[in-house]
Design a protein around this ligand. Structure first.
Ligand code: SF4
Ligand code: SF4
Ligand code: SF4
Length: 186
């Protein structure tokens, strides 16, 4: 059931539902801890699909969690970017390219419009554009390349795996260092 609910959710991983991502929200719905109307990106259509799956009545989107907006894409005003990498650290689908002290840019075709990169930017140089207004998006829409939820999920899962591996490697390095220090002391 959790997988079926998760498959309906938009996979932007924006956390607007009050959970750490789409799957934790799916888990909460499945266990009766969350209502079906907490996902603004999914909008009314998402609620209807969830209601159908769970065989319950649909209800309006709860405004406490935000309002439905048409798809957006983040855009970095590159002249203002100071290369602090804070946006890269929070992007759940690795849609930002850049390196420390270098200009950053958003890969429009991978951006889910989650808005998570906006708040951490210390110079406010990230803005959201409705998908239909960006030059890139015009061609993306025409070529039907805008990432669907499954692509976003794939990229999010890959990022989670990479992060888990990084934590594991860091712990292993710390363990080795500790062992080396222990040997030196002897
Ligand atoms: S798209 Fe955002 S609000 Fe909707 S379930 Fe996923 S994380 Fe929650
Ligand atoms: S670039 Fe920003 S808005 Fe786009 S997916 Fe990454 S964090 Fe979300
Ligand atoms: S958070 Fe803002 S200033 Fe920092 S790298 Fe990203 S876009 Fe540039």
């Amino acid at each position: 059931m959790i997988d079926q609910i998760n498959a309906i959710l938009p996979q932007t991983q924006c956390r607007k539902c009050g959970f750490q991502g789409c799957r934790p929200y799916a888990e909460a719905i499945a266990s009766g801890l969350a209502d079906i109307n907490q996902c603004p990106p999914g909008g009314e259509l998402g609620i209807v699909e969830l209601a159908r799956l769970l065989n319950i009545d649909p209800k309006p989107l709860n405004p406490e969690y935000g309002e439905y907006k048409p798809k957006q894409v983040a855009f970095i005003i590159e002249d203002m970017c100071i290369g602090c990498v804070k946006c890269i650290a929070v992007c759940p689908v690795d849609a930002i390219l850049g390196a420390a002290k270098f200009m950053h840019t958003v890969i429009a075709s991978e951006c889910t419009g989650c808005e998570l990169c906006i708040a951490p930017c210390p110079v406010d140089c990230i803005v959201m554009h409705p998908l239909s207004l960006t030059i890139q998006s015009q061609s993306l829409v025409q070529k039907d390349k805008y990432p669907d939820s499954q692509l976003a999920k794939k990229r999010y899962d890959a990022r989670c795996l990479r992060k888990a591996k990084e934590v594991e490697e860091k712990a292993e390095r710390a363990k080795q260092k500790k062992a080396e220090l222990g040997m030196l002391k002897k």
